[in-house]
Design a protein around this ligand. Structure first.
Ligand code: HEC
Ligand code: HEC
Length: 357
């Protein structure tokens, strides 16, 4: 009995040591969910780890994911532009332009569909697309992975994150998804206004910022929310500043891009697009799915008097048949002041989101 026990202990020790040598212990990534946000639904098979997020950050800025090693995700999703592209249309590695404006990457962990037409349902699936897209990064995943495997830095990063040297596109997209889920914006002036209205506890520092909100900014927020004012909140509201749906906001009488209909084949979805967040809107110009508006003034003028009627226009676009909500110059300027409270400097300048190279 005694001998058996000794042998048993040795076997355990042996297995234990082997485990230490072959496996890397990952560290769970402590993602802080802001108090006024809902819980983030993270897939069980892709929980965030320090090692996964770090790898994802390297990959997001990695030009070798493209056919001629000239373009990374960040080329069209620049942190300075709230992870969007300041150009109306992005140009891929072969010099070909797409026909949609790059989207700002903000609070993606709370989204349930991706792209302007919502054609992908998970971040992990979405991320596989730009690399193989012939008018974007135009590279096969096989080549891209082989380039990474030739680099010791990536062999180590992948091994630490996923315990494998035989990594593939699934691991790469999981890591980028982990990094994208850390891109949380929740520290704008608007957040503090929102928290104060809905009774969330404010820190002393937040109370100081609350005291600095100007009467014009509050008046702009009232207009934003008011049915008789600008009436924006039907579609852009809550902590995410967007609702989880597709909508036609009256850009064209005869739309060229059929948007959601291209995915569902349902004519009732014609020219409906994902309602985008208005967070950091100051930085993500130009605006709309085709980047047709260069400035926020143009956007406000659109909702005020530029609305075009069509069969699928959203009933929540008020006074659509009269061209919009008809704001006067003062109201437009108040609304603009409110839109600028959505700027989150901490998010834009967060060192953890920048190029790690
Ligand atoms: C050549 C420019 C370009 C490159 C490179 C690029 N993107 Fe994009 N991205 C876009 C455009 C344009 C859209 C919108 C396309 C559409 O809706 O059809 C988009 C949309 C997205 C979205 C959807 C966001 C949302 O709210 O639905 C995500 C996520 C995204 N890109 C991540 C990435 C990642 C990760 C990479 C690198 C692997 C990448 N992109 C590389 C231009 C680019
Ligand atoms: C009925 C829903 C609805 C209402 C009401 C609404 N929007 Fe929008 N908004 C959208 C949709 C949908 C888009 C994207 C449309 C597209 O690109 O085709 C959008 C896009 C935008 C954009 C561009 C975002 C980007 O990333 O390009 C801004 C800015 C904006 N809206 C501000 C406002 C303001 C200000 C108001 C009130 C005056 C308002 N919206 C009212 C649905 C709405």
């Amino acid at each position: 009995m005694k001998y058996l026990l000794v042998i048993f202990v040795f076997i355990l020790l042996f297995l234990g040591c082997r485990k230490d040598k072959v496996f890397f212990e990952t560290t769970p990534y402590a993602l802080e969910i802001p108090s006024h946000f809902p819980q983030m639904q993270i897939p069980t098979e892709n929980q965030l780890t320090e090692e996964g997020v770090l790898l994802g950050r390297f990959l997001f800025y990695e030009k070798r994911l493209s056919g001629d090693n000239s373009q990374s995700c960040a080329s069209c999703h620049s942190p300075l532009a709230a992870f969007s592209d300041p150009n109306q249309y992005s140009t891929g590695i072969d010099g070909i332009q797409g026909d949609r404006n790059s989207m700002a990457l903000i609070n993606l962990g709370w989204q349930t569909f991706f792209f302007w037409d919502g054609r992908e349902k998970t971040l992990e699936e979405q991320i596989l697309q730009p690399v193989i897209n012939p008018i974007e990064m135009h590279e096969s995943w096989k080549n891209a992975i082989n380039k990474l495997k030739a680099d010791e830095k990536y062999r180590n990063l992948f091994f630490r994150a996923f315990n494998t040297q035989d990594f593939d596109s699934t691991h790469a997209s999981k890591a980028i998804a982990q990094f994208l889920r850390t891109l949380v914006s929740a520290t704008s002036k608007y957040d503090i206004m929102y928290k104060s209205i809905y009774g969330f506890t404010l820190t002393p520092q937040e109370n100081t910022i609350l005291a600095s909100v100007t009467p014009d900014e509050w008046a702009g927020y009232d207009l934003f929310k008011s049915l008789n004012g600008a009436d924006c909140f039907h579609c852009h509201n809550g902590p995410l500043m967007q609702i989880n749906t597709f909508s036609n906001n009256g850009l064209d009488a005869n739309p060229l891009d059929f948007g959601r209909e291209l995915v569902t084949n349902n004519p009732n979805d014609r020219a409906k697009f994902k309602v985008p967040t208005l967070r950091n809107i100051e930085f993500s110009a130009p605006y709309m799915h085709d980047g047709r508006f260069a400035t926020l003034e143009e956007v406000i003028n659109h909702y005020s008097s530029g609305i075009q009627m069509s069969a699928t226009i959203d009933p929540n676009i008020e006074y659509a048949s009269q061209g919009g909500v008809q704001l006067d110059a003062t109201q437009k300027s108040l609304l603009m002041k409110f839109l600028l409270t959505l700027t989150d400097h901490e998010f834009i300048n967060n060192p953890k989101f920048q190029d790690p190279n």
